[in-house]
Design a protein around this ligand. Structure first.
Ligand code: SF4
Length: 351
């Protein structure tokens, strides 16, 4: 089977070239630059490689090139991409907020976390993405975007910690200074917080950002919204987050999606105040967008105001973010709505 080059970190690429193709180590630098800096996917265009080496690559390796199936831009400038990757369709979103341009990448086909307010969760799990498929989304967006992508967040379809090996490789490739070189501090991993997940990020000893989809600081409410929370209680989750903040010196972002009558009461607000007290964090409030087929509703403006005004004087950093890209269904928890359907025969899950 052909080796998929976009999947390999620099060290893996070098090892493969030296051990399997009996090439000199410097070839890795040349090839990595073509793949991840110039983002060239044709071996013929890699003109500083000898013809013999290019032919050797052609017969042993491939380069993932996603097909752009659809691209929809909302009035606020958010762009949703529907890409066809080797193992299935994926949605990715580009969020402009000059000078920042953030690429929101998917890490799995669907998701097995089953969050009750999420269209991706509703569609079930169809398989993991490879590191190459994660990286390829970024390159596809970068190619068609007039602006340079400055930030990356792994927050699209899937739970990144549930596909850790591929995600870890993708993080390394994206932040490699020999490639597209997105700084570690400009890359954020968003998780619901599965057991042992945050520890893997801590163990990397890097500066990647961490966002935790909290959605409630009351265990019962959280378990109802995020079934995966049954495997890790709020105290354990906080301990993991403190380990992250202590090791990296960075704050963690707590994502909190306000849903009418579920987690928007003053009791929930007070629980959030208490929970976040000794945690270096910023709280990012989002407003739920009603989704056809789901029972949850967007909170009233009065309820949003009451909740935020309770938090503002009591928490050090709170932002209220109106979801970007509502019009293109590119807001959190709405990805996958158009491409993933339970039991979709169009899906080819990797073996
Ligand atoms: S919100 Fe995130 S973790 Fe939860 S089901 Fe959706 S994609 Fe998965």
């Amino acid at each position: 089977m052909a080796v998929e080059l976009l999947e390999l970190t620099f060290d893996q690429l070098q090892n493969w070239l030296v051990e399997d193709l009996h090439q000199k180590p410097f070839r890795a630098k040349q090839l990595f630059k073509w793949l991840h800096f110039k983002r060239i996917s044709s071996f013929d265009a890699m003109t500083n490689l000898s013809l013999k080496f290019r032919n050797q690559l052609k017969s042993t390796a491939g380069i993932t090139v996603p097909e752009q199936v659809n691209k929809v831009e909302s009035p606020d400038g958010t762009v949703k991409y529907l890409l066809q990757l080797p193992s299935g369709p994926a949605e990715s979103v580009l969020i402009p907020d000059p000078p920042r341009f953030t690429a929101c990448l998917s890490t799995q086909y669907g998701c097995r976390m089953g969050c009750k307010f999420c269209m991706t969760g509703l569609a079930g799990f169809h398989g993991n993405m490879t590191a190459g498929e994660i990286v390829a989304q970024l390159y596809a967006m970068s190619e068609t975007s007039a602006s340079r992508i400055s930030n990356v967040v792994l927050m699209g379809m899937g739970e990144p910690m549930d596909n850790w090996d591929a995600v870890a490789n993708a993080l390394e490739i994206i932040s490699d200074s020999r490639g597209i070189c997105i700084g570690q501090r400009k890359i954020t991993v968003s998780t619901v917080g599965i057991p042992g997940g945050i520890r893997k990020l801590v163990d990397m000893e890097k500066q990647y950002g961490l966002a935790v989809s909290l959605h409630s600081a009351v265990q019962r409410t959280r378990e109802m919204l995020v079934p995966a929370a049954k495997a890790i209680n709020l105290a354990e989750l906080k301990r993991d987050m403190l380990e992250y903040t202590g090791t990296t010196g960075r704050r963690v972002t707590l994502e909190y999606c306000l849903i009418q009558g579920i987690n928007d009461s003053l009791e929930e607000a007070e629980a959030l105040v208490q929970y976040s007290k000794e945690l270096p964090c910023k709280i990012n409030l989002l407003v739920y967008n009603s989704v056809p087929g789901l029972e949850w509703e967007r909170p009233s403006e009065e309820s949003i105001k009451r909740f935020t005004e309770y938090l503002y004087p009591r928490c050090s950093a709170v932002t209220l973010r109106r979801s970007r890209g509502d019009e293109v269904a590119g807001a959190c928890g709405q990805l996958g709505a158009s491409v993933l359907k339970k039991g979709d025969p169009a899906f080819t899950v990797p073996p």
